[in-house]
Design a protein around this ligand. Structure first.
Ligand code: ACO
Length: 348
């Protein structure tokens, strides 16, 4: 059986930065509180009212095609993980398909909050492993600012906007997404939700007055469950694949809170230099966090590197994936050159 491997990564981040100091002027908060509780310094915001998740997802997908050197007609399927689709329907995948001009693709959206990218990745893997498809675009992105109440300090400091995309293709070398552990548990659903706008509470004057179209979170409940759940699945996927901390090149965690990430890394027995962290720059971009990490670190990754991707989100949803990276990043050549010139300098 062929495995499904990531063969290119692309991303889009809005240019506008919203710093903790900016937020100090909007709500009763402080840079110190936000940094010490979450690790966030700033986040990106797509203020443009005419652009939303589909725009960011399309830009990320375009970069994937460019990096891989293929045309949009080669794409078989487009899967978009998001909780902030441009509208309930058509799906974001349809909007991305037409913006890209991908005539041979089908696709759909996947809603699993902060675990959305992992779930979409696992879904894309099935199409490749079954032999049904050769090229599947998996995109994770959210315009979280569209559902943030910038008067609620409990939530507005935590999130940011952004999207990233990966291409999945068959791999015959034993690399790719090798295993997954995914779970859902709806019993705690009220702890993290956006109550308005669905079929239970369709938009009305009442839902607007009661601020039901914003994200609502009981932070402490979510934190307590997330810290255990993300560590548990990460340990589980390592155990069932016979991996120890020494075998892991990187933990690629969902970026919700630095303390949740640290707890997961400790449980896995890995040091902080093996953890991808960009929450300080982007905040929590929900479905965007994990592919944005892969994007930022892709030049440093080597073929055969062991990665554990782990997420926890509203629902609750959570999971982990074991990935053997399939290609050498751009920094490989640079490093070899550095070694060569080092030898040259030392006269060896
Ligand atoms: N600035 C200052 N004070 C604040 C702020 C703020 N921005 N936000 C809340 N507070 C106050 C609260 O009002 C509360 O005050 P009170 O004690 O007087 O009621 C107090 O700070 C809360 O403090 P803690 O309980 O110590 O805060 P905690 O350490 O739990 O941190 C946080 C809060 C950051 C939200 C944390 O609980 C968290 O990260 N939770 C998990 C988030 C997460 O993982 N979400 C899942 C993914 S999101 C998704 O799926 C879409």
């Amino acid at each position: 059986m062929n495995h499904a491997a990531i063969t290119a990564v692309g991303a889009f981040l809005p240019e506008d930065r919203l710093t903790n100091h900016d937020l100090e002027k909007m709500v009763d908060t402080s840079d110190e509180w936000i940094r010490s509780r979450t690790g966030i310094r700033e986040r990106r915001i797509l203020w443009d009212k005419d652009k939303a998740t589909a725009y960011m997802a399309t830009e990320a997908a375009k970069e994937v095609l460019e990096r891989r050197g293929i045309g949009p007609e080669e794409i078989d399927a487009i899967l978009v993980a998001t909780v902030t689709p441009d509208m309930l329907f058509p799906s974001t995948a349809c909007l991305v398909q037409t913006a890209l001009g991908a005539p041979n693709a089908w696709g759909f959206d996947i809603l699993a909050a902060c675990s959305g990218f992992l779930y979409a990745l696992t879904t894309g893997v099935q199409f490749i492993e079954s032999g049904r498809h050769k090229k599947v675009l998996v995109i994770g992105g959210d315009k979280m600012s569209s559902i943030l109440n910038f008067k609620d300090r409990n939530t507005c400091v935590l999130f940011g906007d952004g999207a990233a995309a990966v291409l999945l293709e068959p791999n015959t070398e034993g690399n790719g997404i090798l295993d997954t552990v995914h779970r859902i548990d709806g019993s705690n659903w009220p702890a993290l939700q956006m109550p308005g706008g669905g079929s239970l509470h369709p938009p009305s004057h009442e839902t607007i007055e009661q601020e039901m179209h914003y994200i609502q979170q009981e932070g402490r409940t979510v934190f307590k469950v997330a810290v255990k759940a993300m560590a548990d699945v990460s340990a589980e996927i390592m155990a069932r694949n016979g991996l120890t901390g020494d075998d892991i090149r990187y933990l690629v965690p969902h970026q919700a809170n630095l303390r949740i990430i640290d707890a997961t890394a400790r449980r896995m027995g890995i040091t902080s230099d093996k953890v991808m962290i960009n929450i300080d720059r982007y905040g929590n971009t929900t479905a965007g966090t994990i592919p944005l990490c892969l994007y930022d670190w892709q030049d440093d990754l080597r073929k055969g590197d062991n990665l554990v991707l782990a997420a926890f989100g509203g629902g609750f949803t959570w999971g982990a994936s074991y990935v053997k990276w399939a290609y050498d990043g751009a920094n490989v050549a640079t490093e070899q050159e550095a070694v060569a010139s080092e030898y040259g300098r030392n006269g060896v």
